[in-house]
Design a binder for this molecule. Structure first.
Ligand SMILES: C[S@@+](CC[C@H](N)C(=O)[O-])C[C@H]1O[C@@H](n2cnc3c(N)ncnc32)[C@H](O)[C@@H]1O
Length: 290
């Protein structure tokens, strides 16, 4: 199951995956490890015996590694379009002693559903379904690849995490419009505009799509995350990389004052701010193959 077909509807595709993208995926699990652990425990409580797992749009392997650890008997197929991200995933898996149980597969799901010999007990797609050109075709492919009773977990983010304190009074030293929290909101608004144009499936009701394909929708669960100090050590770096990445992609939508203020905000001082928070919301839909 390989495909050399590459296309370009998403900046994460192709050979040149920016390094900070991979770092962001790794930082997410470092900072939100409690959420990730809770999600996997919940999934395990619903899943029954799990020997074969498919991770769809595996990226740097946050899901693949977590799943391999949680389901200690299972083999994981980590599928992604990006050979570069998969190389990073393989290195991490080997470093974690999980290399024997995680196999990477480079494939573009927009080019069709790949043939895999196993029947999977569990399929997992975290923050990847909204990238697909035809998610219904992929959901149908997953249904056909699961054993009866097997689960498909779709995880989606309702946005990038927010880091700057939103409480009244925060950031009073800056003019109101350019307070750190206001700048962060400005970035989120600009990125939402761009996503509405470029990622039409973002924010879809994945439960309806699962049901329409023939899955029984077993559960839907929203996790509302709000972390405050003391925060995991990687939080400052996660805030810095996220804000820089958001700002970098939005230069044309921001004023020169906003760009200058963001530049100042995302310097290395952010690594040592003691007022950071992490606010995020994520939803998981679980479908069972009848
Ligand atoms: C936001 S990342 C999520 C990565 C990982 N699941 C996680 O939660 O950290 C989305 C991933 O989907 C992959 N992807 C996007 N479109 C794809 C396609 N058509 N076929 C296969 N993978 C795709 C991207 O290469 C990227 O690694």
């Amino acid at each position: 199951m390989t495909s050399s077909h590459h296309h370009d509807h998403d900046h994460t595709h192709g050979a040149a995956v920016p390094d900070f993208f991979a770092e962001m995926l790794d930082l997410d699990v470092a900072v939100l490890h409690e959420y990730h652990a809770e999600l996997l425990s919940w999934l395990a409580s619903l899943a029954g015996p799990v020997h074969h797992i498919l991770d769809i749009g595996a990226g740097t392997g946050t899901g693949s590694l977590g799943l391999a650890r949680r389901f200690s008997e299972a083999e994981v197929v980590a599928l992604d379009l990006s050979a570069e991200l998969l190389a990073r995933l393989s290195d991490r898996a080997a470093g974690a002693g999980l290399g024997e149980r995680i196999r990477v597969v480079a494939a573009d799901l927009d080019a069709g559903w790949p043939a895999e010999p196993e029947a999977f007990d569990l399929a997992w797609a975290s923050a990847s379904m909204h990238h697909l050109a035809d998610p219904d075709a992929v959901i149908a492919g997953v249904l056909g690849s699961l054993r009866p009773g097997g689960l498909f977990a779709i995880v989606e983010l309702s946005g990038f995490p927010r880091f700057l304190p939103a409480r009244p009074g925060a950031g009073l030293s800056a003019p109101a419009a350019l307070s750190p929290a206001a700048l962060e909101e400005r970035l989120h608004a600009a990125v939402a505009e761009r996503h509405a144009r470029d990622l039409p499936h973002l924010g879809d009701d994945w439960g309806s799509r699962l049901a329409k394909a023939g899955f029984t929708v077993e559960a839907t669960r929203q996790f509302d995350i709000h972390l405050t100090a003391p925060l995991p050590a990687a939080t400052g770096r996660y805030a810095q990389v996220s804000l820089q990445r958001l700002a970098g992609g939005l230069r044309e939508q921001l004023s020169s004052e906003e760009i200058a203020a963001l530049h100042a905000l995302t310097g290395d001082e952010i690594l040592h701010r003691d007022d950071l928070e992490v606010r995020a919301s994520r939803t998981t839909w679980i479908g069972r193959r009848p």
